[in-house]
Design a protein around this ligand. Structure first.
Ligand SMILES: C[S@@+](CC[C@H](N)C(=O)[O-])C[C@H]1O[C@@H](n2cnc3c(N)ncnc32)[C@H](O)[C@@H]1O
Length: 454
């Protein structure tokens, strides 16, 4: 589960829930047991959880897909992480600027927009679905929770683009979605769906009431997400500002994740993220995200450590955005001195080619160096040779701003570990498109830093 998921450590107490939500009491056996193969009982439990823990009031339909709350929360919390990663200091995320998300296939429950809006006061949604009942029932849930100003439910048709008409977005005064999300239909055909249902009747824990329309899409979930990848590439080609959008989807099968990641790699989309959510012993889900701008994710989001993904997923992770250099602790490697020394060294060697700054994080003793080079790999031999040649004609160096093609951004943190007698120097790749440039930067800096230390 996501580390911030409230159900990770505290599974729901059914008896206490039934006290606060009378409808659940009818389905409680021996005072504390729920029959998970009874769709009405599962709906009552879900309604009770939403009511008690999130102040969300819904009337779920027992013959439709009933969202498992812990699972839907995992996805929402991970999305928060992706968006917060841009503000870098996750303790000081700006929660006033309006954020717009698109939930593709919101379902009758409208679960993602409702949870997203309750958890973040600045989140707003367009929620789409092709199913008439899903659209009307979702719209009722939105009204019931007094969220009509923040969630707009729209009906689309299967052949419509997955990302709705920009005019709709203009009417909401936004240029692009900050994120898109989706829990796509899993299966590729009725045969595929029926086969999985007959397996599931033997396992009450995995029983899911749903209609074929909710669960089946041509080509299955992988094809649905591949369609999103194609549409997102086209949107970026036409409107470059959409490069900032995080396109994301949940996936129910590991094979689909493999297909989607290889499609991203084929298209050379290296700015992506993968998450694995493990719930109990029975359920595993995955999520994938990608975008086209140069701002990179924090290292713990490209290479998660809590929990570490399974071996199968590790091979699908995106390029790392962090590199750690452990130095033996000595007077010279004391973090405050070392950070100043590294800054002086970078200023001396690249001062006119990089924008360099020493920053202190607010409310915290931590300091770090932030650097940006508009000309990319300015430490390489190739760059220096070219510069030498150019300088014979013209000495002028152009300074660019982040967002221009080859730019490269980084941050350097230095921290003492009293316990291990080690000073850790942590490099974060914050901007750029080429993982090889980051690798070469780490190699260069490692050599230089080691030369500063006795
Ligand atoms: C697996 S359900 C997910 C429902 C809900 N988001 C949840 O997580 O519980 C998939 C939903 O996608 C909808 N859907 C299928 N094709 C779609 C399309 N092309 N555009 C928008 N929604 C679609 C289905 O009607 C269904 O409501």
């Amino acid at each position: 589960m996501h580390p911030r998921n409230p159900y990770a450590e505290n599974p729901p107490d059914f008896r206490a829930l039934a006290e606060s939500y009378a409808k659940l009491a009818e389905f409680l056996h021996y005072d504390a047991i729920i029959d998970f193969s009874d769709p009405e009982a599962v709906c009552a439990l879900t309604e009770a959880l939403l009511h008690k823990d999130f102040d969300i009031d819904v009337d779920l339909l027992p013959d439709r897909l009933c969202p498992r709350i812990a699972n839907r929360l995992n996805y929402i919390l991970w999305l928060q992480d992706l968006l917060d990663s841009d503000s870098y200091d996750s303790n000081n995320v700006n929660q006033n600027t309006p954020i717009w998300g698109l939930d593709i296939g919101t379902g009758t429950s409208c679960i993602y927009p409702l949870l997203g809006c309750r958890l973040r006061a600045n989140w707003n949604f367009i929620a789409s679905d092709v199913d008439n009942l899903a659209v009307s029932h979702a719209a009722k849930a939105v009204a019931r929770n007094k969220l009509a100003e923040r969630i707009l439910v729209v009906q689309t048709a299967p052949a419509d683009p997955l990302f709705p008409n920009p005019l709709l977005r203009d009417s909401h005064a936004m240029q692009y979605f900050h994120f898109t999300m989706c829990n796509p239909p899993f299966y590729s055909s009725s045969a595929d769906y029926n086969a999985s249902q007959s397996l599931k009747v033997t396992s009450a824990h995995s029983f899911t009431a749903a209609t074929p329309e909710e669960m089946i899409t041509p080509g299955g979930e992988a094809a649905f997400v591949q369609r999103m990848i194609n549409e997102s590439m086209e949107a970026f080609r036409i409107h470059p500002v959409t490069g900032n959008t995080w396109y994301t989807s949940m996936l129910g099968k590991l094979d689909s994740l493999k297909t989607v990641v290889s499609t991203l790699r084929e298209h050379r989309i290296s700015n992506y993220a993968v998450a694995e959510f493990i719930q109990g012993q029975h359920t595993r889900r995955w999520a994938v995200a990608w975008r086209f701008c140069g701002r990179r994710l924090l290292p713990n989001l490209t290479r998660p450590e809590d929990p570490v993904p399974s071996a199968a997923v590790r091979g699908l992770l995106p390029p790392a955005t962090g590199f750690t250099l452990n130095l033996r602790r000595a007077k010279e490697t004391d973090s405050r001195h070392l950070l100043d020394k590294v800054l002086s060294m970078l200023e001396a060697d690249f001062g006119e080619l990089m924008r360099l700054e020493k920053l202190c994080q607010r409310d915290c003793a931590e300091a770090y160096i932030s650097g940006y080079s508009s000309q990319g790999n300015v430490w390489s031999r190739k760059f220096r040779r070219k510069r030498r040649r150019d300088s014979e004609d013209d000495d002028h160096v152009v300074q660019g701003t982040p967002g221009e093609g080859i730019g490269f951004g980084f941050r350097i943190f230095v921290e003492d570990s009293v316990k291990t007698e080690v000073t850790r120097c942590v490099l974060h790749w914050s901007y750029g498109s080429d993982p090889i440039v980051f690798e070469s930067f780490c190699g260069m800096l490692k050599d230089r830093i080691q030369s500063l230390v006795p």
